[in-house]
Design a protein around this ligand. Structure first.
Ligand code: GRF
Length: 202
């Protein structure tokens, strides 16, 4: 975002530092980091298992990677504390969930109040939770899509909606074909929406 001019030259105001939390293949992580301004503000990626493809994608983007596995922690509170400690070490001000398969505790969410963002592959409030594409096909809807929302205590996939992108459900779609169409929309929506959130403070 270009917001001021010094000595005749446009100066970009840096976006606030954020970290990405991911558990799986990391395609949203890669999409976010393919934008120079977002890549520049991304201080690290936490993956919840060493084998997660997201770790390789983060490394390929030149982003520091830490593994914080739920299994290595006696309680969810301990897990949350390890996550928060790593985020503090990196100076992350925002937390960007990209396929992170763990529920964050209320204490963690309070510490990053209204600065935890998630993307879910349905048009929330429709089809929260697991298997949203299967749910959409079973419901017979004519369109689905994805939602970027804030993560707040007590509501999985239920926080304030920031932005949505719709795609058609086509005759003959199965979970895989619908997921692929929605994923392409995610890769477009998440970077745009995150940039707006970060540059406006949410
Ligand atoms: C995406 O569909 C995202 O909406 C959901 O988990 C999936 C993660 O995919 N929360 P990827 O790891 O970013 O490829």
């Amino acid at each position: 975002m270009t917001d001021r001019v010094v000595g005749g030259a446009a100066v970009d105001r840096a976006l606030p530092p954020f970290a990405i939390l991911a558990s799986g293949r990391g395609s949203n992580l890669a999409a976010l980091c393919s934008h120079d301004d977002l890549r520049g503000a991304c201080v690290g990626a936490i993956v919840s298992s060493e084998g997660a493809a997201a770790a390789q994608r983060a490394a390929a983007a030149g982003i520091p990677v830490a593994t914080v596995a739920r299994g290595g922690h006696a309680s969810r509170a301990d897990f949350d504390a390890s996550l928060a400690s790593q985020l503090r070490d990196w100076g992350a001000e925002w937390v960007v969930l990209a396929g992170f398969m763990h529920i964050l505790g209320d204490g963690f969410l309070a510490a990053f109040s209204r600065r935890v963002v998630n993307i879910h592959p349905s048009l929330l409030p429709a089809f929260p939770g697991l298997h949203p594409h299967r749910q959409a096909l079973a419901a017979g809807v004519s369109e689905s899509g994805c939602t970027v929302h804030l993560v707040v205590p007590g509501a999985v996939d239920g926080g304030p909606i920031v932005a949505q992108s719709a795609v058609p459900v086509l005759a003959g779609d199965d979970e895989q074909s619908l997921a692929a169409r929605v994923l392409a929309a995610e890769h477009d929506l998440y970077p745009r929406t995150l940039r707006t959130l970060l540059s406006t403070g949410g």
